[in-house]
Design a protein around this ligand. Structure first.
Ligand SMILES: C[S@@+](CC[C@H](N)C(=O)[O-])C[C@H]1O[C@@H](n2cnc3c(N)ncnc32)[C@H](O)[C@@H]1O
Length: 499
């Protein structure tokens, strides 16, 4: 019955669910979609804030301004009484438990555990609809927003190893300690943790900075491709899937689950580890073919010692050296390993400086990090191919450090150096490439390079209007900046009046 209702709802959107033996459920189009068009959107069934930088966020809206802790549990943050009140039906159960929990246990209260607690609270509210009638206007159960959809999610429970099973059992125990429900089935909770692992989405802001995690049971029907035809972005906590290319009727909607910048082997490994499947997308089926070996060696392998040579290196038959496939020059494995180990040492030091810098917001830490990353860059120039991802990531760190230091000139130099690698590593219409053009444009604007700024912002708009939509505040601001830059550029071009 629920399935039928969902199909009917999806058919109104020009979509339908079908099942394939290789992938399980798949979302197909029954209408055509144009680039930038919204295919489907959904609010989270449950969500919790989670910030990799360690900053606190409001439990409900994920903002980080004017936060106050719940005065009872001293654990959960709110930005004001509106958000606090709207969350009370969930938090009141958790709050009592958290207030009693020992400090040691609180440390184990990860976002996944909190998400699971909220999942069970929502399930309870659905099961006991009548009792909670007064709340129904706040959390309605709809065709796209109910626990039955969570039950339909793939769990891969039979494929996960014993170590992971033990971990899920421990996590289920902690959920039990918090909820204290006599009828709670620990095996079911453990299985739900396995579901979360391959169905939860990281909620990000427009610049792809992670803010939290959420479960979107309908969006979760969408399968993965390393060359997707759609992109998942967030407007607040609302998940929005947009087409990034023309999608004809009868086509499977595909998004990317992972960081797509990576060799085929790296992407396959990430998908196998977290999502337990082998990808056979148009990029992945090339694994082992000459073109794929070349691409992978450029992105993640070593570079030729001869600076003018853009060749890529492959291991020799004796496994003692790497040979440039263009000029034939050999590099000893032990020499390469020595440089790689130096890179690791300096990278760790740089990361340390950045961590202490983010807490103290001290420029001297940024300067320290900058000189460490410069040392890494110097070593990677000797070690890697000029289009290597590792070198690109170091330059991205340098870009951020120089932006923190308000050194726009050096920041722009580094931003420009990363662009060719972004273009290679993020094929198709990818928000990461659009955002990098945007950063480039903003720096060019600050440095008065108006014509370059117009070029970069135009490239940013071409991509981001499709991935982010044209109506979001983020894109409106970008369009405004582009207009401003165009006006300034045409003003600069006007001949001076002769008086
Ligand atoms: C978020 S779910 C996607 C919906 C899922 N097919 C279902 O039946 O509910 C993620 C899981 O779908 C499957 N999946 C997603 N993309 C796939 C692909 N390209 N090839 C094979 N399986 C895929 C994997 O089992 C993965 O763990």
């Amino acid at each position: 019955m629920e399935e039928e209702l969902l199909q009917r709802h999806l058919s109104e959107l020009g979509l339908s669910v079908s099942v394939s033996p290789e992938k399980g459920r798949c979302l197909f189009t029954t209408n055509q979609f144009s680039p930038g068009e919204i295919i489907i959107s959904q609010q989270p069934y449950v969500s919790v804030p989670k910030d990799s930088s360690g900053a606190s966020r409001c439990e409900v809206c994920f903002c980080s301004a004017k936060l106050k802790k719940c005065s009872a549990c001293h654990f959960v943050w709110y930005c004001g009484s509106t958000c606090q009140k709207s969350d009370w039906m969930f938090h009141r159960v958790e709050c009592q438990a958290l207030s009693k929990l020992e400090k040691e246990r609180l440390k184990h209260l990860t976002p996944s555990i909190r998400l699971m607690v909220k999942l069970y609270l929502r399930k309870k509210l659905q099961d006991e609809k009548v009792e909670y009638l007064t709340y129904l206007h706040v959390i309605p159960t709809t065709v796209t927003d109910n626990y039955n959809l969570v039950e339909a999610l793939v769990s891969h429970m039979t494929e996960i190893d014993d170590k992971q099973l033990v971990l899920y059992a421990q996590m289920a125990n902690l959920v039990h300690v918090i909820l204290q429900w006599p009828g709670l089935k620990l095996k079911e909770v453990a299985e739900n943790f396995s579901k979360l692992a391959c169905n939860v989405h990281s909620i990000c802001d427009s610049e792809l900075r992670p803010l939290g995690i959420g479960l979107y049971p309908v969006i979760s029907i969408i399968n993965h491709s390393c060359l997707p035809n759609a992109v998942l972005m967030f407007e607040g906590k609302q998940a929005v899937v947009r087409a990034v290319q023309p999608i004809p009727k009868g086509t499977e909607v595909l998004i990317s689950y992972i960081e797509t910048a990576g060799s085929t082997m790296t992407r396959q490994k990430a998908l196998k580890e977290q999502y337990l499947f082998s990808c056979s997308c148009p990029r992945c089926i090339k694994l082992g073919q000459c073109e794929d070996i070349r691409e992978s060696s450029i992105l993640e392998g070593y570079g030729c010692e001869n600076n003018a040579c853009m060749g890529f290196l492959l291991r020799d038959s004796e496994n003692k050296a790497f040979i440039c496939q263009q000029c034939g020059h050999a590099r000893k494995l032990e020499d390469l390993r020595k440089i790689a180990s130096e890179v690791k040492t300096f990278s760790e030091k740089a990361e340390e400086s950045l961590k202490s810098g983010s807490i103290l917001s001290d420029n001297s830490d940024n300067e320290e990090a900058g000189s460490m990353y410069k040392a890494v860059e110097k070593l990677q120039i000797r070690l890697c191919h000029p289009l290597s991802l590792n070198l690109m990531r170091t330059r991205d760190h340098l870009l951020k450090v120089f932006m923190e230091l308000k050194n726009w000139k050096d920041a722009l130099d580094y931003c420009r150096m990363t662009i060719p690698v972004y273009e290679k590593a993020y094929p198709g219409c990818h928000p990461m490439l659009g955002l990098q053009y945007y950063t480039c444009g903003k720096l060019e604007w600050l440095l008065g390079e108006t014509a370059n700024c117009v070029r970069s912002l135009t490239k940013a708009v071409d991509i981001l209007r499709l991935t982010h939509g044209t109506n979001t505040p983020f894109i409106k601001e970008l369009l405004f900046k582009l207009e401003e830059a165009r006006a300034e550029a045409s003003f600069k071009l006007k001949p001076l009046d002769e008086d």
